[in-house]
Every structure is written in structure tokens, then in C-alpha cells.
Design a protein around this ligand. Structure first.
Ligand code: UN1
Length: 519
């Protein structure tokens, strides 16, 4: 295990106490725009400080990115892909170090930190292939000697605002696709994870410079809400990709929408696993524990609700209780630890107040429920017997609190699963074909992700990631999510000697001598 000092050095953070925003290798030297402090959630101690981005820095970054984009968009897409391939290579080399930094700064366990870097690598690989597959349709024109097709062009400078819980992977989902599609990217990372962002920016700077394309990516570290607001209002950013809470996402959509800018939203989830009477309980238990306890319940895909057929309730809950009893809590960098801390004191306060609300509503705490008395922000993973309609159950609490509830018929279970404002991820554990198909039918799960015999979290990047209703409707990462970063152009080419009009219209030269349309 590397010391923190060695880790920082390896990732280029050793001398990087100054300079919080940057593209290419030039880091700004502003010291007047505050400091973003990075804290180790396992100890509560400061890990480092990064100078914030001033308004002037911000403007200069966007101007540079606009300028860079005018040449980047001329680089053939497969060549842009080659640059991202090299970033993927650099990430492979730094996987261990960057995975450790993620564990250190946001408290997820090392295996999940490494997994997050792998998710970036997978995204890079995907983007490389995609760079040769930015397909548009061709259509048959109704007019003779005409050809019709659609092509896709980049939007410009993309604004990406990310959350602490996936401090780098969600940026990669956006940035790698945005880059191969010919955009440049301004990243505003979570102020709770500035070091991860600075480390990734360093890595990208190195590769981009080596490839001869410095400044495709730029970073703006800040904890000033005014600057984030400025970014969302900025007409120069045609698309704002935002990951975070529903209230902030709603605001982003409104503000960007007012200027007719686009927003791509990944907001809260309230994800359920349904366990039916035919389910393999061993599989279901493992999936529930990973989904609810993994990342200390701080994924947007975390499992928050288990909806179990009443005949299975006792068996499932006793399995869950014994699995929860074996969850080791502690330093996320230690190999045997399964759950690290919450991100900060506010997160602990929200865990406490959620438990107060649960108890007030009549919820029965089956295990956990306590804040650990040790340095850092550690809490116990908690299982509560609850009712779906309770206000607290309808909300996303970003903590390892799992609500269990029972149902009689599958229709009831699907109704319960859908009866929340959010619509990100969902799962059914079953060995019954009819149940599986019903869950996946149009009358089934209303979520963006619907799994059978797989938990709610841990999606692969190859699919489009995102959710419906209050989750915001955005889709990122795989499939055809790339289209969000491009503008579609429909093109019709006349290679004949006549000018026939569509819809059979004749204009100006009709027999009767009238100008106008006839058929
Ligand atoms: C998030 O929590 O914001 O599906 C993203 C998953 C991860 C991504 C989570 N691949 O759990």
C-alpha cells in the first residue's frame, strides 16, 4: 500500500496545492476565488486544498475551449478516438493509484474505487469504437435524382457537472463520448472530490499534449454556487450534463431551458428489488447486500427498497440479517473492509434524521441504525420494515438504509415499485418466465433500467444509463447516448437537372397561369 504522499506524487498532486482550474498544462494561479478543501471521510482530516476557479478564470477557460473546439471538430472522428484510446492506456497504468485516491477522498472501498477507474477505461474503449460508428440514416427521397441522409455534428463546448459519489467515472461517460463526437468539455467536479478531478485532469493533460491536442478538456474546481449558476446560464455551453439531486436538477433544467439550451440529467433514484415466491434467495441476498451496502448506499442506483412476496419474507429477512451481521465497516483502503464512511457530516446528519422520520412513521429498525463513535463519518448499514407510501420512503436518502415491505400479487409489487417519484433502476428476482416478462412489459417497471436476477446497481457501460420521471430522463454512456452530444442535420442532395418540389407541389409555372400550389 502506497503512502498518501507517494500516491499524490504518482498522480501529479504533490506540488499541486495551487491551481484549481486548468486546461492543457497551464493551471491558473488565482488565489482570490476561495479554496476547495478535500477531506478524508474516514478520518475527517484535510487531505489537500485546491484553489477555486475565479469568474475570470472561468471565462478564459470557456473561451479557450470554444477556440479549441473549432479545430477539434475538424479532426476526423477516428483520430479523436485514437486520442481517447491513449487516455484509456494512461488510465490502465494509473488504475491502482487512482482507485486508491478515490477510496481515500470519497470513502468507497478500494475494490469499488478500482471498479470506478475500470468504468472509465471501459468508457474509453467504447468511445474508441464509437468514433467509427457515428451512424446516420439514409432515406429514399420521394423525388427523382435526389439523395437524402442525416449526419451528426458536434454541439460545441459541453458543460459537465458531476457528483461526489462517482467523482471521475460519470465525467468519463460524458467527456469521452463528447470528445469523440467532436466537442470540448468543461468539467465542474463535486467540491467534495477535487483531488480526484485534478488527478484525472493531469493525466488527460499529459496525453492530450503528447497527442498534439492540448485543451480538449478543462477543469473548473469551485464550491461557489454562483459560478455553477453562471455555467448553467452560459449561452456558450449548448449542453449541460448534470448529475445530482432532483431539486438542483430541476433548477438546471429550468435555467438551461430558459435559454433554450439542452440539459442531460442523472438525478435521484429510489430503486427497488422485487423478490417473488420462486426467487433464488441466495442470489437475491447477495444482490441486495451489494446494492444497499455498496458505496455505503451512496449510488444513484443503490437499492433502497426490497419488495418481497409475503411467503418469502421471513426467509429473506433472516438471510439479510445474517449477511448484514458480517459487513465489515472501516478504512476503505483495507482489503477486508466492505463498507467505508459516508462522505461528510451532513450525510451523517441526513442518515440520523431519516431514521428519526422512520421511527416516527412507525418503522421497525431490524438492524443497524447507529452512527459509529469513531473519527470519520461511519454509520451502520440499516434495515427497516416500512411502508411504501411513507414520505421518508418516497425520498432518496443517500445512505445505507434499506426498506423492506411485503406484497401478495406481482401486480401489487410492480405498482409499489412504480409508486415513487423517481424512475432510475429496478430489479426482479424470479425463476418464473411469466413474472419476468410481466415485469419487463410496458405495464411493468417504469424505470430506465430493469433487471432480472441482477441487482439495481453496477450497470455496465455498454447500455444507455439513466432514468425516467424525477430521475430526469437523461441517457449517458453506451448504446446511442452519444446523440445527446451532437446535432442532427438532415441533408437532401439534388443531382438532377430539374427542381421537383416535395409533396408534389408545382410552383410558379402551373398550366392555368396562377401562381400557387396544385396537384
Ligand atoms: C451513480 O451512482 O451516479 O450502475 C452512477 C452503477 C454504476 C454507476 C452509478 N455503474 O451503479
Amino acid at each position: 500500500m502506497m503512502t498518501t504522499e507517494a500516491l499524490f506524487k504518482r498522480l501529479g498532486l504533490a506540488s499541486e496545492q495551487s491551481g484549481g482550474s486548468g486546461s492543457s498544462s497551464t493551471w491558473t494561479r488565482t488565489t482570490q476565488a476561495g479554496v476547495v478543501e478535500s477531506q478524508n471521510p474516514s478520518t475527517g482530516q484535510t487531505l489537500g486544498r485546491v484553489y477555486g476557479c475565479s469568474d475570470d478564470d472561468y471565462d478564459a477557460l470557456v473561451t479557450d475551449l470554444q477556440h479549441m473546439q473549432t479545430s477539434w471538430r475538424r479532426v476526423p472522428a477516428p483520430k479523436r478516438g485514437e486520442v481517447i484510446r491513449r487516455i484509456g492506456e494512461a488510465l490502465r497504468e494509473q488504475k491502482d493509484a487512482l482507485g486508491s485516491l478515490i477510496a481515500l477522498e470519497v470513502g468507497k472501498i478500494k475494490a469499488e474505487g478500482d471498479g470506478e477507474v475500470q468504468e472509465m477505461i471501459d468508457m474509453a474503449d467504447f468511445a474508441v469504437g464509437l468514433s467509427r460508428m457515428l451512424y446516420g440514416y439514409t432515406m429514399h427521397s420521394e423525388r427523382p435524382q435526389h439523395r437524402m441522409y442525416e449526419q451528426w455534428h458536434p454541439l460545441g463546448v459541453i458543460g459537465v457537472i458531476t457528483a461526489f459519489n462517482f467523482p471521475v467515472a460519470v465525467w468519463a461517460w460524458n467527456a469521452f463520448i463528447a470528445a469523440v463526437t467532436g466537442n470540448t468539455v468543461l468539467w465542474k467536479p463535486s467540491p467534495k472530490a477535487p483531488l480526484c478531478a485534478v488527478a484525472v485532469q493531469h493525466l488527460c493533460n499529459r496525453v492530450l499534449e503528447g497527442a498534439g491536442y492540448p485543451g480538449v478538456f478543462a477543469l473548473c474546481t469551485t464550491d461557489r454556487v454562483e459560478l455553477a449558476e453562471r455555467m448553467v446560464r452560459d449561452e456558450r455551453l449548448p449542453l449541460i450534463s448534470f448529475t445530482g439531486s432532483v431539486p438542483v436538477g430541476r433548477h438546471v433544467a429550468e435555467v438551461a431551458g430558459r435559454r433554450l439550451g439542452r440539459s442531460l440529467l442523472e438525478l435521484s433514484g429510489n430503486n427497488a428489488i422485487i423478490v417473488d415466491e420462486t426467487a433464488d434467495l441466495e442470489l437475491a441476498t447477495s444482490a441486495i447486500v451489494f446494492g444497499a451496502v455498496g458505496t455505503a448506499g451512496q449510488r444513484c442506483t443503490s437499492t433502497r427498497r426490497v419488495i418481497v412476496q409475503e411467503s418469502q419474507y421471513d426467509r429473506l429477512v433472516s438471510r439479510l440479517l445474517s449477511a448484514y451481521g458480517q459487513v465489515t465497516i472501516g478504512n476503505p483502503l483495507q482489503a477486508d473492509v466492505m463498507m467505508g464512511p459516508l462522505i461528510d457530516g451532513e450525510a451523517v446528519a441526513r442518515y440520523r434524521s431519516a431514521l428519526d422520520a422512520i421511527r416516527q412513521a412507525g418503522g421497525e429498525v431490524l438492524c443497524g441504525g447507529r452512527v459509529l463513535s469513531r473519527p470519520g463519518y461511519f454509520v451502520e448499514p440499516t434495515i427497516v420494515r416500512a411502508q411504501n407510501h411513507w414520505k421518508i420512503v418516497q425520498q432518496e436518502t443517500f445512505a445505507p438504509i434499506l426498506y423492506v415491505m411485503t406484497y401478495r400479487t406481482l401486480d401489487q409489487a410492480i405498482d409499489m415499485q412504480n409508486a415513487v417519484p423517481q424512475g432510475l433502476s429496478s430489479a426482479l428476482f424470479t425463476t418464473h418466465l411469466r413474472h419476468s416478462e410481466a415485469f419487463l412489459s410496458a405495464a411493468g417497471s417504469d424505470c430506465g433500467i430493469a433487471n432480472i436476477n441482477i441487482g439495481t446497481s453496477g450497470a455496465e457501460i455498454g447500455g444507455a444509463f439513466g432514468g425516467e420521471k424525477h430521475t430526469g430522463g437523461g441517457r449517458e454512456a453506451g448504446s446511442d447516448a452519444w446523440k445527446a452530444y451532437m446535432r442532427r442535420q438532415t441533408t437532401t442532395i439534388n443531382w438532377g437537372t430539374e427542381l421537383p418540389l416535395a409533396q408534389g407541389i408545382t410552383f410558379g409555372r402551373s398550366e392555368g397561369g396562377h401562381h400557387g400550389a396544385s396537384r
